[in-house]
Design a protein around this ligand. Sequence first.
Ligand code: CP3
Length: 398
Amino acid sequence: MDYQKHLKILKETLDQHKITPENLREKRKSIKEFPKQINNRVIDAFQSFAPFDRAPVWMMRQAGRYLPEYREIKAEMDFFATCQNPFIAAEITLQPTKQFDIDAAIIFSDILVLPKMMGMEITIEEKKGPVIANPLQTPADIQKLHPPNPEHLEHVYDALFLTRLALQGKCNLIGFCGAPWTVFAYMVEGGSSKLFSKVKKWLYLYTEGSQQVLELLAKESAKYLINQVKQGGAQVVQIFDSWAGQIPAIDYIEFIIPSLRILFEDFKKECPDTPLIMFPKDQNDKKVIVEFLKLTLNGKPLIDGFQLDSNISDETLVKIIEANRTIQGNLEPGVLYGTNDIIKKRISQMIEKLQTTRRYIINLAHGLTPDHQVEKVRLFVQESQRQSKLYKAKEILE
Ligand code: CP3
């Protein structure tokens, strides 16, 4: 397949730096400086003293099937093939930055790339989502897992590198991984699940085995994120714990946070200045957030910001803001199916509630989906920026 024809946005950068598939790796190792940062709004949202005109905006799953230009590529390539081709992954990452005036690009990849490299046989099937042919069934299966061959993840760092060059400092670049619990859930359930009964059985019956896998994932995820920053040029990292809400707070604190702590610590030891955003989806219990806020290394927080879902309670929100951490979110993505009036109204309410802190990044509460319309997404970006500016101006007057 001639993938080169799809490299529309990236082409200029490839020509400018004379990058080819043959010399990409070599270029990545030799180009030490990225273009000067013109728009640093996302990183600035982690420093209360940085001046600001409005809150930054980006959207989870902003690169994906709701974009016709993504569907064009996907019509010809398998999902993991798009992730594994650094040129295509960079092109897809850039697509939403051409459509919208967003303040961050998130690298096009998937949380399942890491377990795929650790021995899980994963495919993404239309309408079904991820399917794993060899799920973990009993603790005896743990021995089938192996640390990823570092070579096999280099394409992610290549894609980050190409994207960072092509962005020309116009917005920040975000790297990510799945949280150990969410990745473990896929590895055991064998795909998406409604009941999560298999992974719950592991957690409560094969507790030791579960801890073993969670720790292994934590350590490998930390290495993966460190490389995304140091090798690829990611400027912020986000950890997606999409299934955090599937177990009660008491279990999340006892069984899950210890492995997350390993991930955060390993990462921050190597990348102390790179902001880390945690997304414990639907796990808003104040007790959990308080545990997260306690995690520090050399007196510095391990978690710099929290992606909020739409159910965050005022009580939990106050805790986060008082601890001087950044908040990101949290418009219910379903609102974007609605009328322009309801979209504008909900954005206004979100900003009133969340822009009370300088440390705020506008986002959705969860990812965009294939049925979102490009024009509604554009309205979200434009209207959020407009209202955020107005809100900021009002604040000065008061
Ligand atoms: O945000 C972005 O734009 C970056 C890309 C990104 C993808 N997956 C691309 C993707 C990110 C950050 C993810 C994270 C991810 N992947 C999560 C955490 C976030 C969340 O949504 O909760 C999870 C749980 C996964 C696992 C996963 N991968 C699922 C459930 C699916 C199927 C979903 C679907 O829409 O079909 C995937 C595949 C996937 N990952 C797609 C994309 C664009 C769709 C694949 C396709 O185009 O055929």
